[in-house]
Design a protein around this ligand. Structure first.
Ligand SMILES: *Cc1c(COP(=O)(O)O)cnc(C)c1O
Length: 393
């Protein structure tokens, strides 16, 4: 017996269930297109919502930062990696989010595991939406707090749970604002109200909302008109709409100091490289200067949603640029995605465990970089595929 046989068994099991994942090689991406395994395709899988990732202004800022500081930050923030650029960006984030202070983390994943595990411990309880991003789930598990997951966006059920949960020291409600697989939006006004009533902290993950939701892209609170003070912890990322990499947590100064001392994923890792920080600073400047890109994004996304709904596709309750086209069965979703690919369109099939059983889907990410022609062409191909695979009449 080979002690590594269990790998093969598990992989074979995944293959049988149509859940086997493989990597594809992307040799180039530019604006709304990418070259994948040698073929140019219209890209519906990137989170580059505002088309900033290859913007000349961001590229120039990254190069300038490299020339001035070099390629690496050489150490963690608490050692000598705290380049002045970090503090400049943190000031800009606090201004953008209208909070007292902000702290940069190396990625959204690290921000979420670091913040939750710093704040919560064994004697505490966390209430989490069932569809929360994996990084929030991992943060909860890492904290060792009691984790109670409530049904997706179900505030009635959440209230029942809050009422019936016994004594804990600290209580936290945590939710994505825009859900990454369904594109729907958490009922934040109700959640904030419940948090007040039941004495909980609230943490919101704005990864897909930063630079997207709200008139000027400040995120979910701007979208709902919720005052900043009503939410304790705002978290968001730079790797999606802002076109770069990294993440922030925006909060009160005192609590940022707490994280600098307590968040292990902040303390025990190398600071972001200068090029990344330089590009994020100008991305924020672009957002603060005008919201043209946000308007184009919203127009593109609502066109795409309306066309698909009109054709009778099930796209759940999406209200955003993330548009799930529900197929159901795993293998059919893969075939659907392959058909799109043959027609020059790249949109991946998402399968369990990323989404619930029997809701395999094609996930379309709409961006401001997509042209009207590209969107119209894609709708045409989807219509064809819908009939071919028996999804629509
Ligand atoms: C992408 C994402 C993250 C992780 O952010 P990274 O910077 O990519 O690590 C966290 N939360 C949500 C909701 C996300 O969609």
């Amino acid at each position: 017996m080979n002690k590594l046989n269990f790998f093969d068994d598990e992989l074979f099991g995944l293959e049988k269930k149509g859940l086997y994942r493989t990597l594809r090689t992307c040799s180039k991406f530019k604006s709304s297109k990418l070259v994948l395994d040698g073929k140019e395709l219209i890209n519906f899988s990137s989170n580059n919502y505002l088309g900033l990732a290859d913007d000349p202004i961001l590229k120039e800022a990254a190069c300038k930062a490299i020339e001035k500081y070099g390629c690496g930050s050489t150490a963690s923030r608490l050692m000598c990696g705290n380049l002045a650029l970090n503090e400049e960006l943190e000031k800009r984030i606090a201004g953008f989010k209208r909070t007292e202070a902000a702290l940069i983390f190396s990625s959204g994943y690290m921000a979420n595991i670091g913040v939750i595990s710093a704040l919560m411990g064994r004697q505490d309880v966390i209430f989490a939406d069932k569809y929360n991003h994996a990084s929030l789930v991992d943060g909860c598990v890492l904290s060792r707090a009691k984790l109670i997951r409530y049904p997706h966006k179900d505030v009635k059920k959440l209230e029942q749970i809050l009422k019936n949960t016994g004594k804990y020291v600290r209580r936290l409600i945590v939710t994505d604002s825009v859900f990454s697989m369904d594109g729907d939006i958490a009922p934040l006004p109700e959640i904030v109200e419940l948090a007040k009533q039941y004495d909980c902290m609230v943490m919101i993950d704005d990864a897909h909302a930063t630079g997207v939701l709200g008139k000027t892209g400040r995120g979910s609170l701007e979208y709902f008109g919720i005052p900043e003070e009503a939410v304790d912890i705002h978290m968001g990322t730079f790797g999606k709409a802002l076109g770069s990499f990294g993440a922030y947590v925006a909060w009160s100064r005192r609590l940022i100091e707490f994280l600098i001392n307590k968040a292990r994923s902040f303390i025990f890792t190398t600071a972001l490289p200068p090029s990344v920080i330089g590009s994020v600073i100008v991305a924020i400047s672009i957002l603060e200067m005008d919201n043209t890109r946000i308007k184009i994004l919203n127009k593109n996304a609502s066109y795409f949603r309306n066309q698909l709904r009109k054709e009778g596709f099930n796209i759940l309750d999406t209200k955003t640029q993330i548009i799930p086209l529900i197929i159901g069965e795993n293998n059919k979703a893969i075939q659907f995605s392959e058909f799109l690919m043959q027609n020059g369109i790249f949109a991946v099939a998402i399968r369990p465990p990323s989404v619930p059983l029997n809701t395999a889907r094609i996930r379309f990410s709409i961006t401001a970089a997509h042209s009207k022609e590209e969107l119209g062409y894609t709708i045409g191909i989807i219509k064809k595929a819908g009939k071919k695979f028996g999804i629509t009449q």
